[in-house]
Ligand binder design. Structure first.
Ligand SMILES: Nc1ncnc2c1ncn2[C@@H]1O[C@H](COP(=O)(O)OP(=O)(O)OP(=O)(O)O)[C@@H](O)[C@H]1O
Ligand SMILES: [Mg+2]
Length: 404
């Protein structure tokens, strides 16, 4: 049937096609509008598939709609510059072309007409600055740029983009964008860029020290998860049992892609789940989780690929084997948290039970999943054995498994 919405598992959400939590409701709107009004440049970051792009696109439409003030807001995905690696010329050509094209599709053709000449005249290390200056001067409303996937750029290219943004900063808003949002997985402060043109390691912070602040997009709260499944129930009549809703939040801890993927699996792929006369149960979600893990979607692959990095393993391995002394630095931990592998809040743990099941399978040494993954349930506050908790947990385990 045409027009039926579903749980989206690829790319940004579109409200007409997908069940969704209103993307702007996921941000503290004032938290993002205030720096825009105050002409600040800032970072919006979150792990993969958290809803960054969905939020940026909604923000763009809000700013262009006039309700929040008079702005010309353009979203661009600078990932197009990634293939150029450290070839700044090639990357800059791709980025300017993307920017001009995005502006053109909003009805602003100015940049599209001028950037090739600017690139010739100013060269790759000046073209972005010059193009943004000329464009801002030619545009009556203050320009707001949303640059997505900023950390897909590397080395010289990233340094060049950051430095060019900084170079025009004092000319805003008449002669440079009023506000720039850089979006990616990491905070620019933490970029440690090995630029081949410079002998020293450049930190993102020093190339972009005009940045006012960093906002982080969080995961869904229990309320968001409930709202999402309620949309499905509202449109199809198929409800989730209360246990299923609880389990959905528990297993994913609200990670937006995981929530959608489990629901899609349970309601649209599973034979039984497609029968709208049957509610979705906790068991159906458990089966969906199993299928998801076996299928190894890109989301899980991208995550487990990171386990090849030493700094990630330094954080994750002791979490799985328990007890071992920790050898990671604060910077390592921050990185694992930015990736979304490790929960943001204490105690230190893998971000959600699904990742906790996938990660050990990926590590080269064999740690039995779940064996000592979470010690909190039998260790007291002094780090000693809590016999009461241990026995209670054993009783529960025995009740559940005694028939075997
Ligand atoms: N507002 C929302 N409501 C429901 N689901 C959402 C919402 N935002 C994001 N998601 C889920 O997260 C997935 C990724 O969304 P989006 O592409 O916006 O995130 P992203 O952080 O930009 O991802 P990437 O890191 O891949 O660029 C969607 O496919 C959907 O499953
Ligand atoms: Mg994105």
């Amino acid at each position: 049937m045409a027009g039926m919405r579903f749980f989206n598992t690829s790319g940004p959400v579109v409200a007409a096609d997908h069940y969704c939590v209103p993307p702007l409701a996921r941000l503290e709107l004032e938290e993002i509008l205030t720096p825009v009004r105050q002409k600040r440049y800032f970072v919006l970051h979150a792990p993969r598939q958290t809803g960054k792009t969905s939020a940026l696109l909604a923000l763009r439409d809000l700013l262009n709609g006039g309700a929040a003030g008079d702005y010309r807001c353009v979203y661009a995905n600078v990932e197009v510059g990634q293939a150029g690696r450290e070839d700044v010329g090639r990357a800059m050509r791709a980025i300017l072309d993307e920017l001009a094209d995005r502006a053109r599709s909003l009805g602003d053709e100015y940049l599209d007409g001028v950037w090739p000449d600017i690139l010739v005249k100013s060269g790759p290390d000046g073209a972005l600055r010059a193009a943004l200056a000329r464009w801002s001067e030619a545009t009556p409303a203050p320009l707001v740029l949303l640059l997505d996937e900023i950390d897909s750029l590397v080395g010289d290219t990233l340094v060049s983009v950051l430095r060019q943004l900084r170079a025009g900063y004092d000319r805003r808003p008449e002669g440079f964008p009023q506000s720039v949002v850089l979006s990616g997985v990491r905070d620019v402060r933490d970029y440690r860029i090995r630029a081949s043109s410079e002998k020293e390691l450049v930190t993102g912070g020093s190339a972009f020290n005009i940045k006012a602040e960093s906002l982080r997009l969080g995961d869904f709260c229990a309320e968001d998860v409930r709202a999402l499944v309620a949309q499905h129930a509202g449109e199809t009549g198929q409800a989730f049992t209360p246990e299923a809703v609880d389990l959905l939040h528990e297993q994913t801890r609200g990670q937006p892609w995981l929530v959608n993927a489990l629901c899609y699996e349970a309601c649209f792929r599973s034979e039984a789940g497609r029968d709208r006369g049957h509610p979705i149960t906790a068991d159906a979600l458990r089966a969906a989780q199993e299928a998801l893990i076996l299928r190894r979607d890109t989301h899980l692959d991208q995550l487990t690929d990171k386990l090849e990095e030493d700094r990630v393993r330094r954080v994750v391995e002791p979490l799985l084997s328990g007890g071992e002394k920790q050898t990671f630095s604060d910077r390592d931990l921050e990185y694992a948290r930015d990736l979304g592998l490790v929960a943001r809040e204490d105690p230190l743990r893998i971000a959600n039970p699904i990742y906790a099941e996938v990660v050990p399978r990926e590590l080269t040494y064999a740690v039995q999943a779940g064996l000592v993954e979470d010690v909190a349930w039998y260790v007291d506050t002094d780090g000693g054995l809590d016999l009461g908790k241990l026995l209670a947990a054993f009783q529960a385990f025995f009740r559940e498994h005694s028939e075997h």
